[in-house]
Design a protein around this ligand. Structure first.
Ligand code: NAD
Length: 290
């Protein structure tokens, strides 16, 4: 396929490289001066998008996505697919999809889970919102860039799935960290705590697959001095998107709000910026009830 790829950063770069390696003709554009193996660079977003079967965007936020959409939608060929893989607010995803559909295009919002490691290895999970025809066209590309693509319903539903998942993740990581810190104070050995919880009803991905305590459970950023991994700043971005969506939909999400407030404090007022999101554990270790 002829693919335009806009936003070749930490995630977009390796995703575009994998598509080129699989034999697709990839034309890329980024604001920054980047070179990606197998990708021909264009001078603008519009040039990267013109005449392509699928245009993929992997950008920092919804505002930038809207700006890029204004540049590429008018030049895209009819029935091409605009495939946004960024994590953005549900409202921007739905607005861009509507604009694309009105121009005769298919639009998909397909945020990912799996991080830079998954982007490089081609093992991302895609959560996809949009029409069946667009999903069918993009499916071979999801198969190159990832291991799973779930079609979640109409436009915006991919972003909805992503922020609901990450709201659960943020809240479970916090409570897993505070439980370890409480266990320390109660004299409960961390290995014993892991052995019980990881096989009992308190188990979760945060405990079992990404244990925040160094030297316990599988290898995780805790074993690498909490270097990300998944940075606390990115978790804060996703929690803010979930709170923005909850407000717009009039949904009561008190645990999500508490997790959002705590990550904001950790990143903005304490030492969380640039650290993995599981570095909440050393944060709690240092604290009493205040
Ligand atoms: P990044 O900052 O490394 O990459 C974004 C790229 O977009 C940059 O290279 C930047 O120069 C480019 N860009 C910005 N404005 C542009 C414009 N107007 N035109 C063209 N290019 C422009 O970010 P990333 O880590 O690659 O993340 C991209 C998206 O993926 C974000 O929405 C993020 O939330 C999401 N995401 C990231 C991770 C992760 O672990 N990094 C995991 C899942 C999802």
């Amino acid at each position: 396929m002829k693919i335009g790829f806009i936003g070749l950063g930490n995630m977009g770069g390796p995703m575009a490289a994998n598509l080129a390696k699989a034999g697709h003709e990839v034309t890329g554009f980024d604001m920054a001066d980047v070179q990606i193996d197998g990708v021909t660079m264009a001078a603008s977003a519009a040039e990267a998008a013109k005449g392509r079967d699928v245009v993929i965007t992997m950008l920092p936020n919804g505002q930038i996505l809207r700006r890029v959409a204004d540049q590429v939608i008018p030049v895209m060929q009819k029935s091409a697919v605009l495939l946004d893989c960024s994590t953005v607010d549900v409202e921007s995803a739905r607005a861009v999809a509507k604009q694309a559909q009105e121009a005769g295009l298919s639009a998909l919002d397909a945020p990912v889970s799996g991080g830079v490691g998954g982007a490089t290895a081609g093992t991302l999970t895609f959560m996809v919102g949009g029409d069946d025809a667009g999903f069918a066209t993009a499916k071979p590309l999801f198969d190159v860039m990832g291991q799973k693509a779930v079609h979640c319903g109409p436009s915006g539903n991919g972003q909805a799935a992503k922020i609901c998942n990450n709201m659960i993740l943020g809240a479970t990581m916090i409570v897993t960290c505070e439980a370890f810190a409480l266990a320390d104070k109660l004299g409960l050995d961390r290995q014993a705590m892991f052995d019980v919880v990881s096989t009992s009803s308190g188990y979760s991905w945060s405990m079992n697959a990404y244990c925040p305590a160094p030297g316990i459970g599988p290898q995780s950023p805790a074993d690498n001095d909490y270097k990300p991994g998944f940075a606390a700043d990115l978790m804060l971005k996703d929690l803010r998107l979930s709170q923005q969506a909850a407000e717009a939909a009039d949904a009561d999400t008190p645990m999500g709000k508490a997790a959002c407030d705590l990550y904001a404090q950790f990143v903005e007022d304490e030492d969380g910026k640039g650290r993995d999101f599981s570095a909440m554990l050393p944060r709690f270790e240092k604290r009493g009830r205040g």
